[in-house]
Design a binder for this molecule. Sequence first.
Ligand code: MN
Length: 257
Amino acid sequence: MRPLIGISCRLAQDNTWSPALVGVRRGYVDAILAAGGMPVLIPPQLDQSALQAMYELLDGVLLSGGADIDPGLYGEEPHPQLGAVEPERDATELVLTRWAVADGKAVLAICRGMQMLNVALGGTLYQDLPSQYLSSFDHEAGVNQQTWRQPDHVLMLDESSRLAEVLRTATPVVNSLHHQALKDIGSTLKVVGRAPDGVVEAIEGTGEAFVVGVQCHPEELWQATDTRWQHVFRTFVDAAAYRRTNQQHDMTATLVR
Ligand code: MN
């Protein structure tokens, strides 16, 4: 059986007059399918009991990209350059992230997802890099050029990081479509990669479980721009599958006793 990978979703509009859609860009879903996982879309409006019922089925959680996170969740007032926020999604992902990390489920966190992973574990964010972080870099190059798949800057990884090992490089060139970034790092997380201007662009958990966050969008890179990112999705799904298998063994052992 394919491991079940929950993918957090957003509420979105396809035009101004129609009711909202629940969804996620297909690159995430395609990446999980290609890596051998079974994608399970997690609606942002689940109440806690519905979320828990879905969560218990999952072997791994993919926190996807999207809008800015409410700065109130890390104790700050909104900055003038803060973009739109999604309160329902924030609430759902905050709980989901804390559960998954506490239970040692595999977590892959992308862009906003990495920011959510950090905030859920007590970290903080720069609400707007251009006005709060001194750099000549344009981390919104992809947005300004309206392209997702164009590599924009090097991601300088620690040689000893899980990401460098899986990617088989410590210097991938990545896309960049973000105006926020991590500031203070949450508990049980460590920085493993930065942009050349020092902006944190990759984090990992300090424990045994697969907990990886990246600021770039590998779901738009793995098919053509840089196929090494397929290894990251596959390692994530394999970690979820491994945990599922071991838990079944644990249950079998319990029954035998
Ligand atoms: Mn960047």
